[in-house]
Design a binder for this molecule. Structure first.
Ligand SMILES: [Zn+2]
Length: 69
């Protein structure tokens, strides 16, 4: 069975909690995770992907992050 419409969910980059959207978010939209209160940013829409919102401000931090997981 096919789901009706798009499933608008992303996953918190911090704790992997599923975050549902009531409507398609915009790129760059900031989302606060209800589980860990981490602020993440919509970086992709198909599928919806979230990344840390502060990653864009500090590219050094972003490259360091890739070794963390
Ligand atoms: Zn979270």
């Amino acid at each position: 069975m096919k789901e009706k419409g798009d499933i608008l969910v992303g996953f918190c980059p911090e704790c992997d909690t599923r975050i549902r959207f009531h409507s398609l978010p915009r790129l760059g939209q900031l989302i606060t995770c209800r589980e860990c209160n981490e602020i993440s940013e919509v970086v992709s829409l198909h599928p919806i992907e979230l990344d840390w919102a502060y990653a864009e401000e500090d590219s050094e931090l972003q490259s360091r992050r890739s070794t963390g997981r």
